[in-house]
Design a binder for this molecule. Structure first.
Ligand code: SF4
Length: 263
């Protein structure tokens, strides 16, 4: 399936002022989801947690911090504080000392202790599943609420983070950068049962292929249906060098560029 250089397909015209019907866009979005599923079968929530409360705390810590660093920090935190009441009664200085490596530790400590207090006062110490209730909790915005609902409660949720904003715009699926507007735009395109996994796949694609500064267009499985093809190098060998992650060989195979890449 040698495909590079990728053609500027009909769908690419949407970026150039052409018209792509809503139906055509929906079909393309679902094809993108299928291709991403094949490219990133290991896509998942990369934060370690054992229950909804731990996921909520880990997600608060993940702001401006890598998931890897959060996962190095949370074992000590989760061992010391096991319930919402534990966080509610925590000594801020002790929490700060544990979570310091994740950055912005003072604000994060306030959010975590505030979360514990709010859960004890209003929800019997348990994390609510309802979106409206979640976003009223300290430290939890819509993005975090969707992560919690999608991963801890199995309720479909689209996580609009920096990768989702960049990639859905590059793919011409959405317009703008407002996270809430984007969430609703994407909801119209992707089947609800796929929302959570679509979010994980887009994030993996953003980390491994469609990288912010230099997307690996010439090694991308979405090249033929992406209006931004060419934003990064289209030469397969050059693009392949930009790929990251555990499954680079598989990504090269899926892009049909093995012939051009010597590894
Ligand atoms: S890497 Fe290039 S072709 Fe692939 S999705 Fe990103 S911009 Fe489009």
């Amino acid at each position: 399936m040698a495909r590079n250089p990728a053609p500027r397909s009909a769908s690419a015209s949407s970026r150039d002022g052409g018209t792509e019907s809503e139906l055509a866009k929906k079909r393309r979005a679902r094809k993108i989801n299928r291709l991403l599923a094949a490219a990133h079968p290991d896509a998942e929530c990369e934060l370690d947690y054992a229950n909804p409360l731990e996921l909520a705390v880990a997600t608060i810590l993940s702001a401006q911090c890598t998931d890897v660093r959060v996962n190095l920090t949370t074992p000590a935190l989760f061992k010391r504080y096991r319930s919402a009441a534990d966080y509610a009664e925590a000594n801020p200085e002790e929490v700060e000392a544990i979570i310091r490596p994740t950055g912005f530790y003072r604000n994060k400590t306030k959010s975590i202790i505030g979360l514990g207090k709010a859960l004890v006062e209003h929800h019997g110490g348990r994390l609510p599943e309802d979106m409206d209730a979640l976003v009223k909790l300290p430290g939890i915005g819509r993005k975090t609420a969707n992560v919690i609902r999608g991963n801890a409660f199995g309720a479909p949720g689209i996580t609009v983070d920096t990768h989702m904003i960049r990639i859905t715009n590059r793919l011409g699926l959405v317009e703008g950068t407002d996270p809430v507007k984007l969430e609703y735009q994407i909801q119209k395109l992707i089947e609800p049962r796929e929302w959570t996994m679509f979010s994980h796949r887009v994030i993996f694609h953003g980390r491994r292929v469609c990288i912010a500064r230099k997307p690996a267009c010439g090694a991308c499985t979405l090249a033929a249906i992406c209006p931004s093809y060419g934003e990064g190098p289209t030469d397969p060998a050059e693009a392949a060098k930009l790929l990251k992650g555990d499954n680079v060989d598989e990504l090269i195979k899926l892009a049909g560029i093995e012939h051009a890449v010597s590894r």
